[in-house]
Design a protein around this ligand. Structure first.
Ligand code: ZN
Length: 570
């Protein structure tokens, strides 16, 4: 490692699908990305988190941890500590159900300050601690070591700063977050974080930072692709990837062009997840209504005004997935009607849709196991539910194994080899068997699992190296285990079948457009382009199996960033 590594830009293009990136590059619609793919290394199958939604993924990207450590479990989740729902902006209507002020506070402030574990440092924090000059454009995860006061430079930002965005935040050295935070004047306006105009703000700010040599590490977030793909469908990404490419060109032009830019910058381009077409919806709140579903509380008239002004996380302030969504006609009312029937009953479960994934929480600890069984039984019969997962516990309440159930393809039980369940007994080494059976299996990321039951539940097979392959559900066991053992996750996790999306608490879904969240391959793969970044030697081969190099995960990027600057990951 040289004393002065090149500056590094981490560019996250939200929801960019590998296939669409390839088509955009090949067709000439994305010339900058095409050049970076040609000059660097292109990895088409970097695996997302599960649920494959932006808050969970963003936390993994910036920390390098998965959610059992970073603790951000979904787009919508239930806080057992506070006995309430947390909503990060599934849709404007969902935000209104929970209260715009609460949603804004949770998304802008609490996600970084209270929800993201203090034990998983972000790359900003790691680099700030060693004096590397950090910078970030509007991104859900921004936690760093520098204090930033809310902007008060226009009547609107003064209004926001006196009502909602009152508090300072801790971010990277240079932080530009919609119109709320700006560490210096750049002349760039975020137009209230309007969807479709966010990439321009990121490009404007970033080109200013390049031109004035203001960073060593920059997180350049280009979120509009996700918004566009939600509305118009994944095929339409050709247009929004081209638009993102224009912003990349603008940033590189600030250095004099791509050659001059690459002379003293390394760049990583990636997505957090992909998107799949939505044709149908699942009304989980309605389906489970008679179990006693906790209803959202909140909603405040004065804050509706701010929503209209675009000063909320949902809709206008640069927050992923808070956009106008295709309304599912009548669903909100139907859900409300069904819910009304049980409003008087004591709520016994919390239902948390995260687009194409969902979680259900049992509210009473004493009835947890019985309630989990009831939810699983019902979920098995709901059209569009592809996989159901839950955690089995031993007599001491210690997690013993995960259970993955397909309503049509059987049930698979699994646990990592290092978990209590698999101690001496599993190390005895039953040989892996195909079909039904038990034994130890290494997966495509080199992790060893004790597996028992039907591999067909995951459309899985064992390859010629003896490695468990789950092409329909990439890194299935690792991702589901992280979700199941995350202390803030629900008791039951659901993944939607291709084409289906869970209706959010505002009654909205993206029918006719795209969405994501599931364990299925269609949402779960992201492109990763490494240009000027050294790969760690351990990626050259998979030490556990002697098979090809381990599959990449979005959680592998933070360690790459740290090692670029000579730091090891915590
Ligand atoms: Zn999205």
């Amino acid at each position: 490692m040289s004393a002065h590594p090149p500056k590094l830009v981490l560019c996250v293009i939200d929801a960019m699908a590998p296939e669409m990136l390839q088509r955009a590059a090949e067709s000439g619609a994305a010339p900058m990305l095409a050049q970076l793919m040609a000059r660097g290394r292109y990895i088409p199958d970097c695996v997302s988190a599960f649920p494959s939604v932006t808050p969970v993924c963003a936390a993994s990207i910036v920390t390098g941890a998965t959610q059992e450590e970073h603790l951000i479990p979904g787009m919508n989740w239930y806080s057992r500590a506070e006995s309430r729902y947390i909503e990060y902006g599934s849709s404007l209507r969902a935000a209104q159900r929970f209260g715009i002020a609460r949603q804004l506070t949770d998304t802008v402030y609490n996600m970084n300050r209270a929800h993201l574990s203090p034990d998983t440092p972000t790359v900003f924090e790691s680099l700030d601690d060693t004096g590397v000059r950090t910078a970030g454009t509007t991104y859900l995860m921004y936690r760093g070591r520098y204090r930033h006061e809310p902007q008060r430079d226009t009547p609107l930002t003064r209004f926001a700063a006196s009502t909602l965005a009152r508090h300072p935040v801790m971010g990277p050295r240079e932080l530009f977050y919609a119109d709320m935070f700006a560490s210096r004047p750049t002349g760039c306006r975020s137009t209230l974080g309007m969807p479709g105009a966010r990439d321009r703000h990121s490009g404007c700010v970033s080109s200013y930072l390049v031109e004035h040599d203001l960073f060593d590490f920059l997180l350049l977030s280009l979120p509009d692709n996700d918004w566009h793909s939600h509305r118009r469908g994944p095929e339409a990404q050709l247009i929004s990837i081209a638009a993102a490419d224009q912003q990349l060109a603008r940033v590189m032009q600030a250095a004099g062009g791509i050659d001059e830019f690459l002379a003293d910058h390394a760049i990583i381009v990636m997505a957090d997840h992909s998107q799949a077409l939505v044709t149908d919806t699942i009304d989980l709140q309605g389906e489970l209504a008679d179990l006693g579903v906790l209803q959202p509380s909140g909603g405040s008239a004065i804050l509706g005004v701010l929503a209209g002004l675009g000063l909320t996380g949902a809709g206008r302030s640069g927050v992923e997935d808070g956009e106008e969504v295709a309304e599912t006609a009548g669903h909100a009312h139907e859900t409300a009607r069904r819910a009304t029937r049980v409003m008087d009953a004591e709520p016994r479960i919390a239902v948390c849709p995260s687009q194409r994934a969902a979680m259900v929480y049992a509210l009473g600890p004493e009835t947890r196991d019985a309630m989990r069984a009831s939810v699983v039984t019902r979920a098995t019969a709901i059209e569009g539910v592809d996989l159901i997962a839950w955690l089995a516990r031993d007599a001491h309440d210690t997690p013993s194994e995960g259970v993955l159930c397909s309503p049509t393809r059987g049930e698979l039980r699994f646990a990592p080899r290092d978990s209590p369940r698999t101690g001496e007994e599993a190390r005895g080494g039953a040989s892996p068997r195909t079909g039904k059976g038990g034994g130890e299996l290494c997966d495509a990321r080199g992790r060893v699992w004790h597996v028992d039951g039907a591999l067909s539940a995951l459309d899985a097979h064992i390859d010629s190296h003896g490695v468990l392959q789950t092409p329909s559900y990439p890194d299935a066991l690792g991702r589901v285990w992280a979700a199941l053992t995350c202390p803030t996750s629900g008791e039951v996790l659901l993944s939607a079948a291709p084409g289906y999306e869970f209706i959010d608490w505002g009654g909205a879904a993206h029918v006719g457009g795209g969405s994501h969240g599931s364990l299925h391959v269609s949402d779960s793969l992201a492109p990763l382009v490494l240009c000027g970044v050294d790969e760690p030697p351990e990626r050259a081969s998979n030490p556990s199996s002697g098979s090809p190099p381990a599959q990449w995960s979005i959680a592998d990027v933070a360690p790459l960033v740290r090692s670029h600057f000579g730091l090891s990951s915590p």
